[in-house]
Write a protein that binds this ligand. Structure first.
Ligand SMILES: *Cc1c(COP(=O)(O)O)cnc(C)c1O
Length: 385
């Protein structure tokens, strides 16, 4: 087995894997399962600091994004699509698919979305039903300040849809304080459960927007309103994947028990970024660094395939390249959830040192040494403070 250090899917803790092999009941007919499902949803809401309802859907992260757009969009609706990355721009496809009219507002791909720029735009243009934002745009590692951007959109009466699939639980998310109407998450990133589940957190205002539609939602599987009253009626719109949800529950209990989850992510991410730069490699971004993934530019004299293949075959570690316009240019290290430990990252850095040396690429310093010394100096700062 490879050490999977990709920005999702991530590695899965043994207790999560074990929970997926528990004995199964009939989730349609056993009322204990309805309680278990609801409690799991409530745990997710609690960890995301919200009173809003969470729904777990049977499908990959992408289903959550599509369900948000399918459920909110009516033909002719105007939707603001904030774009500083591949997933950001991609929301426009879902909007169009359900008959909406997306306006793509593009920003510099190397920086986080600037609140002042958005505000200047909104002062003149704010006739939108909802807006879409990606929290961490994973192909470039771009982190947007959803805690600033969403309240700005709400000031103009625009509902907010946020894709935090690859940020949540590696980066803090406070749904109520950030004013997020539909938050989308997935099982296979920092949550560290296997792929297969998405969950959405839906505000009362978003539910109201679904209820007051003039036209029906043009989907069943991607229709969030079909879950209305599931608990009272003890009835799910389709059979729930019980083993997947058993695993997800334990993954969230692991997160709840981890008091230092956000400190751990920021400590490891900062040391990784420091090491990359100290070794003379270039980070992709100018600003907006996510603590869940580090993205660096492939230097001259070596290719994406050479790095990835030797990391895999000689060091048994899976890293990721990127795609779309970044294809062949960037390497991504996923340090999120169960991946985000010092030991794992030391192995990654040691492996990369060897790969660069093997291909005759001279670094300014050792990634491993720089990583370890960055961790040590961050600990000294902690002791001093
Ligand atoms: C991983 C990810 C998703 C979900 O994509 P899948 O193909 O379902 O894994 C959605 N948004 C972002 C930003 C992601 O990183």
């Amino acid at each position: 087995m490879y050490k999977v250090m990709t920005p999702g899917p991530t590695m899965v803790a043994p207790n999560v894997r074990a929970a997926r092999s528990l004995e199964c009941t009939n989730p349609d007919l056993d009322e204990a399962f309805v309680e278990f499902y609801k409690e799991t949803c409530e745990l997710i809401s609690e960890l995301l600091h919200t009173r809003n309802e969470t729904l777990i859907l049977d499908g990959e992260g992408i289903l959550g994004l599509e369900a948000a757009c399918a459920s909110l969009t009516e033909p002719g609706d105007k939707v603001l699509v904030l774009d500083n990355g591949i997933y950001g721009k991609g929301f426009a496809d879902f909007v169009t698919m359900y008959g909406g009219e997306p306006t793509i507002l593009s920003f510099d791909y190397e920086r986080e979305i600037a609140a002042e720029e958005l505000e200047a735009y909104l002062e003149k243009n704010h006739d939108f039903k909802y807006a879409t934002i990606v929290h961490c745009d994973t192909p470039s590692g771009m982190l947007n300040e959803i805690g600033t951007l969403c309240p700005l959109l709400k000031k103009y009466g625009i509902l907010t849809v946020v894709d935090s699939v690859s940020a949540m639980f590696g980066e803090p998310v406070e749904v109520d304080a950030f004013q997020i109407d539909i938050l989308c998450g997935g099982s296979q990133k920092a949550v560290s459960a296997p792929p297969g589940l998405t969950f959405v957190v839906v505000s009362e205002e978003a539910k109201q927007a679904m209820k007051t539609r003039k036209t029906p939602i043009r989907s069943f599987y991607a229709n969030l309103a079909v879950f209305d009253g599931y608990y009272e009626q003890k009835w799910f719109p389709y059979t729930m994947p019980i083993s997947d949800i058993n695993g997800l529950r334990v993954a969230f209990e692991n997160i709840k028990a981890d008091d230092l989850v956000y400190e751990r992510h920021s400590r490891i991410a900062e040391a990784t970024r420091t090491a990359i730069q100290a070794a003379g490699l270039a980070l992709y971004q100018q600003s907006g660094f996510s603590n869940t993934v580090t993205v660096f530019r492939i230097p001259e004299g070596i290719t994406e395939q050479e790095i990835l293949t030797r990391m895999k075959e000689t060091h048994n570690i899976l890293l990721a390249g990127s795609f779309g316009e970044f294809s062949g240019k960037l390497i991504r290290i996923g340090h999120m959830g169960y991946n985000a430990t010092e030991e794992n990252m030391v192995e990654v850095m040691r492996g990369l040192d060897e790969v660069f040396e093997w291909y005759g690429i001279k670094l300014q310093g050792s990634l491993e040494k720089e990583f370890v010394s960055a961790l040590e100096s961050s600990d000294e700062l902690l002791i001093l403070s």
